[in-house]
Design a protein around this ligand. Sequence first.
Ligand SMILES: Cc1cc2nc3c(=O)[nH]c(=O)nc-3n(C[C@H](O)[C@H](O)[C@H](O)COP(=O)(O)O)c2cc1C
Length: 170
Amino acid sequence: MPVLRSGKIMKKLVAYFSASDMCITKTVAEKLAAAAGADLFEIKPQVPYTKEELDWTDKNSRSSLECRDKSSRPAITDTVKNPKDYDIIFIGFPIWWYTAPPIIKTFLESADFSGCKIAIFATSGGSGMGNTAGDIKEICPPSARIIAAKRLKRSAEKEIAEFARVAEEQ
Ligand SMILES: Cc1cc2nc3c(=O)[nH]c(=O)nc-3n(C[C@H](O)[C@H](O)[C@H](O)COP(=O)(O)O)c2cc1C
């Protein structure tokens, strides 16, 4: 367990949203939490997404409509009570339309992340992170820091562990 200069053990959280029936981000989140020795929190929509609602080829599917509407904030069932208790918060999600899904904005606005160190990770069908970190920074309080941002594959154990280690050193 990494120890802070104060001698305190680092407290870490992996918060993730995963929507498809393949649970790809969930798998990465679980592996990351195990590698980092972090608590795990699932960002759950109050109304779960159906397969039809996740159809990005349908311009009128729920996900397409939400992603086009910059003010969209899909409701979540619960949030993290005190983000400031954590030395690092990892936030993971699937890339939707080249960036974070709108529910991540709901999560970031649902608690006080000021001063927090945030490391973001994503899974995707092939797209990289693009400007995802910048988009998330816009939603975070100015004093929150994005210390890392990486696309991770669910089978890449070594890369996941390396991501945890690098984030801890920031
Ligand atoms: C609405 C929607 C939009 C998506 N947009 C992208 C995209 O822009 N680029 C990409 O590579 N994959 C895209 N994908 C694919 C997901 O990022 C990918 O399948 C992800 O690993 C699913 O993770 P999950 O199982 O945790 O939901 C999209 C999927 C959905 C449902």
